[in-house]
Design a protein around this ligand. Structure first.
Ligand SMILES: *[C@@H]1O[C@H](CO)[C@@H](O)[C@H](O)[C@H]1NC(C)=O
Ligand SMILES: *[C@@H]1O[C@H](CO)[C@@H](O)[C@H](O)[C@H]1NC(C)=O
Ligand SMILES: *[C@@H]1O[C@H](CO)[C@@H](O)[C@H](O)[C@H]1NC(C)=O
Length: 243
């Protein structure tokens, strides 16, 4: 990410002037110890009801569109949110003037949802640090920034309507009766998307599906992000597509 000297300067300014709003080191330490002690990285935090895990996507770059192999490579942040009420520390620091609102903690101390892109062609490459934010009420936000390469039918990539590339996510081991994957408000965003002279995004949308199989009564939810992309023409917006 780019950070201009001006922004850095403003941040330092803000830091200096709101130093009194920072948490005491001792409080943060107490919270970190509490979270590490309470959490079990191997145990899904369910308690009689399915665990809601919300997923949204923030696309930042399309790296490559390989029409020969039918593969697209992107860089995107997945915003994954769930709640483990047993990690809540609201009661711990009650006598403090300012409660520590959230702490940043290594994901190795936490259970994290096994959400995978089903149509990825290789393991996503993690470009960010494996840190998650745990809030005082037990809500956890994990935002891995990843390079993801996935399969897509690119037959129409060089046509006016473009190709629809679906990135399909779901839990690898849990059905919806245990891990309820959601996409609240059909979220996706592109605020950090960088324009590319090679590709054009015509549209992007998210949808959640629930499937049932003849074998079993359990629901199987998945969340899809559909990217409508086409090759950019170098003719200033005029189309010259051959059919
Ligand atoms: C974490 O806490 C800070 C205040 O210390 C707050 O500004 C920020 O919005 C919180 N983040 C989340 C994800 O709750
Ligand atoms: C892609 O999706 C859009 C919107 O759903 C649809 O209008 C269009 O026909 C689709 N294009 C192809 C090639 O399937
Ligand atoms: C999963 O979450 C959705 C959206 O919040 C909700 O409508 C649905 O009832 C939940 N499913 C289960 C099995 O809890």
């Amino acid at each position: 990410m780019k950070s201009s000297p001006l922004i850095t300067c403003l941040c330092l300014f803000a830091y200096a002037h709101h130093a009194s709003a920072l948490y005491a080191k001792q409080d943060v330490l107490q919270v970190l110890e509490w979270v590490r002690e309470k959490s079990n990285p191997n145990l899904i935090p369910i308690n009689g009801e399915p665990l809601n895990v919300d997923l949204s996507l923030e696309l930042s770059t399309i790296r490559e569109v390989d029409t020969t192999r039918g593969e697209v490579e992107i860089i995107a942040m997945s915003m994954i949110r769930w709640t483990d009420p047993s990690l809540s520390w609201s009661h711990l620091l009650q006598d403090k003037e300012q409660l520590v609102d959230n702490v940043s903690i290594d994901t190795k101390y936490l259970w994290t949802p096994d959400i995978v892109a089903y149509n990825a062609v290789n393991a996503p490459e993690l470009l960010s640090t494996p840190l998650a934010l745990v809030s005082h009420d037990g809500e956890i936000l994990y935002v891995p920034n990843e390079r993801i390469r996935f399969r897509c039918n690119l037959e129409h990539f060089e046509t006016e309507e473009g190709s629809n590339c679906t990135l399909k996510y779901g839990s690898w081991t849990y059905n919806g009766g245990i891990l309820n994957l959601t996409n609240k408000n059909n979220q996706y965003s592109t605020w950090s998307y960088e324009e590319d002279p090679r590709f054009e995004i015509l549209g992007i949308h998210a949808e959640r599906n629930v499937k049932y199989y003849p074998c079993c009564p359990e629901p199987y939810p998945d969340v899809n992000f559909i990217l409508n992309i086409r090759k950019k023409t170098n003719q200033g917006g005029m189309f010259s597509w051959k059919k």
